[in-house]
Ligand binder design. Structure first.
Ligand SMILES: Nc1ncnc2c1ncn2[C@@H]1O[C@H](COP(=O)(O)OP(=O)(O)OP(=O)(O)O)[C@@H](O)[C@H]1O
Length: 252
């Protein structure tokens, strides 16, 4: 019998190598409880995306195991939604139909599905854009559509791979703020890849710092939720960033 304390996701001593045989990840232990926001932080090429794919069952480990609700993962997890750096929207569909895509690929779209999609578009400030094509939107708006589409799936875990990295600094901060607000409303569990330490400090409850495929440190971010935009100006936020920077500087 699984205890109440079974984490949603547990990675045990994960090692991974791609087909070319080069090891990419070594002995990673990580766990994620329901409702947590966990950031994977590290320099380019340290293995963040590979770890995210392993967590979602898109890759299988070479050694160790991934447990989802206490059960070994053997393939892609259906309860997981992904948001990538590029929004990957289909330009021959309207914004609304892009948001509905996870549903329309599986079954006939109902009126309730349309209402839910409209809800997410409205929640992310895109109500006016529903009938436009993705190419008619700004980069920030396209990222919002990708986030709305992920929420349509009502995922138990949201995996995000540098979703805001291509955006300008202010738009990125607005999206981070909106993401936190929706996560708080939904009680979402998020695994979020970034190489931006201030993004990790602002969003994460925990930050796992990766260095050349190894977990170098795991840090708790001591700030309470909800975190407002004002927190970015607070001494405690700057202290978190400075702490992460010192840890990151130890990596190469
Ligand atoms: N399909 C693949 N086949 C072989 N090696 C790969 C493949 N994908 C990634 N790698 C290698 O695995 C290592 C980790 O890559 P990964 O994309 O996980 O890092 P990352 O930290 O997400 O990088 P970035 O921040 O630049 O996106 C790199 O050395 C990369 O070259």
């Amino acid at each position: 019998m699984k205890s109440e304390a079974t984490p949603l996701l547990r990675l045990e001593q994960i090692g991974f190598a791609y087909a070319d045989g080069q090891p990419v990840l070594h002995g990673i232990d990580l766990q994620l409880a329901a409702g947590q926001f966990h950031c994977l932080l590290g320099r380019s090429g340290c293995g963040k995306t590979s770890l995210l794919k392993l967590a979602a069952g898109l890759l299988l480990p070479s050694s160790g195991r991934v447990l989802w609700r206490g059960e070994p993962v053997r393939g892609p997890l259906r309860e997981v939604a992904f948001v990538f750096q590029r929004p990957t929207l289909l330009d021959w569909l309207s914004v609304l139909d892009n948001v509905l895509l996870p549903i329309s690929l599986k079954q006939r779209v109902t009126q309730a599905d349309r209402e839910l999609a409209q809800h997410w578009l409205q929640r992310l400030g895109l109500a006016e854009q529903a009938q436009r094509r993705p190419s008619q939107l700004s980069g920030g708006q396209q990222s919002r559509v990708a986030v709305a589409r992920a929420w349509m799936q009502q995922p138990a875990l949201l995996c995000m791979d540098e979703p805001f990295a291509a955006l300008d600094a202010l738009t990125r901060e607005e999206l981070q703020q909106d993401l936190l607000a929706v996560c708080a409303e939904q009680g979402s569990t998020v695994l979020f890849v970034t190489h931006d330490l201030s993004e990790a400090a602002f969003l994460g409850d925990q930050v796992s710092l990766l260095d050349r495929g190894r977990l170098q440190a795991q840090l708790q971010v001591g700030a309470e939720r909800p975190r407002s935009a004002d927190w970015r100006d607070a001494d405690s936020f700057h202290a978190q960033c400075a702490h992460l920077r010192r840890q990151l500087e130890r990596t190469r």
